[in-house]
Design a protein around this ligand. Sequence first.
Ligand code: PEP
Ligand code: MG
Length: 580
Amino acid sequence: MKTERRFQGVAVSPGIARGTAYIYRPDEELPPRHTVPDVESELRRLQMALGDTRRQILAMQERVADQLGAHDAAIFDAHLLVVEDGVLMDEVQKLLRAEKCNAEHAFFTVAQRYTKTLAEMDDVYLRERSVDIFDVARRVIHNLLGKDHAGLAGLTSSHVVLAHNLTPSDTAQMNRTHVLGFGTEVGGRTSHTAIMARSLNIPAIVGLHSALAEIEDGAPVLLDGYSGLLIVHPNEQTLFEYGEQQNRRRTVETELGQLRETASTMRDGRHVVLAANIEAPEDTEQVRASGAEGVGLFRTEFLYLNRDDMPGEDEQFAAYHKVAEALWPHPVIFRTLDLGGDKLHEQLHATPEVNPFLGWRAIRVCLERSDIFKPQLRAILRASVRGNVKLLIPMISGVGEIRQAKAIIEECRAELRAEGHQFDAEMEVGIMIEVPSAAIIADVLAKEVDFFSLGTNDLVQYTVATDRTNEHIAHLYEPTHPAVIRLIKQTVDAAHAAGIWVGVCGETGGDITLTPLLLGLGVDELSCGASVLPRVKRAVRSLDTGICQRLAAVALACDSGAAIQAACDAVAREHYGELL
Ligand code: PEP
Ligand code: MG
């Protein structure tokens, strides 16, 4: 039995995953070279992998022809030509015989040379062939290594996935039944990949730095999404201890499950709206099961990822209508498109930006591209017909943007009216407060809208100038930084003075150590992942307004994020320590 090894990362999605490691390398580097004792059997292995590759391409071609038509399926002809390319195969065989090396190494070396040469050609057709060769080469290598080419979407058995990085699109494609948990070397707690993991209920760790170099594919691992620990080759003692811990957690979970039908009311009778954050129309079942009073944030951009085109008005209407109906009479807050930052769309963000988080993102994209914005607004308006839909606009940094957005919404209303469509004329329109400039002029913005939703994930990153996805500076990413707490207070006070309500839909909304502070600052609604919502409800029910307001007063007088967090932890420990 191999010796147990432990790697410390940052816990981003709770739960324990135990299984074998699947090392996901989307951009395959040169497979390591080793000498083979029998060249002929290595050549046979290569022939078999080529045969498998050919069959897979044909099957894929057939599937695409059925779903999209013969024209689209024809792109795979080029892939078949690569597998059948005699010159390329001769070169691979020559190299393999000359060097007596493994087939993966020989094939990839030759394919890489071809790819590189073709990629530098002026001729567009030839340049495109370089992509085909690369794609086929990856498939051949995967077949030689016995891995499924389709990556995460194609995992056919349960694994703990480990990768250098996973994009939000990678995560969105994950097959929940086969991905037991995942760990990445890079990333931060509020990166969208981490948020997706929480909403998919998949235990996850980020910030494992360079752990992958020391973990072999197929190794038994235990991933602790509570503490951020990845344990490779766990020993008997570790497995026993984790078993005990799991039993204790199960008892707490059972108790939390019973809270589903109870109200989120504080001990002094103050009601706090608890809503869920979701990313897909299929997530409404989780929302119901969690006992949430609707959806506080529907991140619509996930409808736009993992596809080449843009979803049209009718497709979006069908999705939004389904969610609004499923949760009626509870409210559903649809946030308009927030692409950009770490959620990049292949077409929209084809040219990389130097600072994507400070770049062409969210409302900035929408105001320039009414061909994208208007179909979405019209779809949301049409879905509002039964009165339980609200609209939320992200990344507002000044009053001009919200006025422009409102004018476009007005235009959509007029068009829909003229076309005879029904919609809720009173539908509330709110904005995310997630850019410091918006928090600072919250009094001005409050006059323009019906509600505010504090996006603390971005508010923290922009206030303390700390990229939310960068594990190297994760220690500076402090949701309790005094500057952030003051901005939240200022926003809540401005909202209430203008008679509008304010919620929190960033990840602090689901952090039960911060629940008393947010309530003490006067926040009216908390929206969080459905999986953590029962804990938040339990925290709310254990607190009263007096305790929370005293904590807020203490926090506002603290000089550091650590001191504020410590004050919050003390209150949480005293009132619901068993949840922590
Ligand atoms: C936020 O910034 O807090 C937020 C909720 O939006 P997102 O995480 O999608 O940027
Ligand atoms: Mg945000």
